[in-house]
Design a protein around this ligand. Sequence first.
Ligand SMILES: C[S@@+](CC[C@H](N)C(=O)[O-])C[C@H]1O[C@@H](n2cnc3c(N)ncnc32)[C@H](O)[C@@H]1O
Length: 359
Amino acid sequence: MKTFFILGRNPELSRAEILEFLKTRNREHKEIMFRDNILIIETNEGEKFNIQEFGGIMWLGEITFEGTPEKLEEHLESIEIVPADKFSYGIFGNIDEELLKNKFKERKKKATIKHGSKQLKMQDGSKINIPKAEFYIFCYEDAGVTYFGTSTQEYDSKDVKNRDMNKPMRRELLAISPRLSKILINLSGAKPRDLMLDPFCGVGGILQEALIKGINVHGIDKDKQATIDAIANLEWMKENYKFNSKYTIENKDSRKTPDLQFSGIATETPLGKVLRKKPNDNEAKQIIRNFEAYMIPILSKLAKVKKPKANIAITFPTIRDFHTDAQKIAEKTGLKVYIKPILESRPDQFISRDIVVFK
Ligand SMILES: C[S@@+](CC[C@H](N)C(=O)[O-])C[C@H]1O[C@@H](n2cnc3c(N)ncnc32)[C@H](O)[C@@H]1O
């Protein structure tokens, strides 16, 4: 069966998240198409996805038709596209709008097509119009083949926002988004019942998203207050959400990570002091070099406490055009760059991040 995914603001990162999720679970899969923010994956029959397990997917659904544009017309004759008499719909893809409009008219359905009512700013600076509709139709023609389906799942951003905004302890400046937390967890290779490490856990943003996925977590932070706050947040999670996974938090330097064997490491690194103004080239270069020197002994330790199959999904700072040298770090720590750096940036921030996955 084939599933289509409408990806969020960083399609390359979201694609990596989905592919790694499948690999980790030994689920056979084949990438059929990846264009803009659209991905189609083929898996074994009956294999379902739960969109809430991911950080980077906005909508998904099954491809119910695949063939030539002429055959699509026949297909649309034979099916009830939307089982309601009055509805609004949005389109993802490159189908001729008139075709659907006519179909609904023929069937005397009061269907209103909605066009972009909000804009999603993509990582590369482009903008995608997202229609606000009751129903979404996916139709994409690529190299003479048309894929058609309707969306069956939508990302529940309300619930995720609730967790993020209502937890008792927040640190605005250092907060990680639940979206990026989920992506890092999926990239780390950790699955339900595994033990995952966050060696720079702060107030526990990544840990809380892992717990809710049923992953046991171990968090380390050298800042005592951060660990106290992380515990408060995770206790709040226990009161407000159902999960059986467990957590432990340690207040120490992550160079002294205990000699456990972790199935995944997902973390957001410290950038040192918070920058109030954009550094010049020399300052930027220096910050990155200092960061590399700081991380090497820590990653050397992490290399020893991860299971052979486990990944380290980590954020590295990027300032101006200066990137942390992931390859150099790999060589010095005995790790391998498994997924090459993927830039994650926002136009309003002068420190961006590369997401790197080591094995
Ligand atoms: C960017 S913050 C992580 C934020 C975290 N994701 C959250 O949800 O709060 C980085 C954290 O790394 C911690 N840290 C920095 N160097 C460390 C070290 N050597 N060992 C352990 N923790 C460290 C800092 O105290 C800080 O809380």
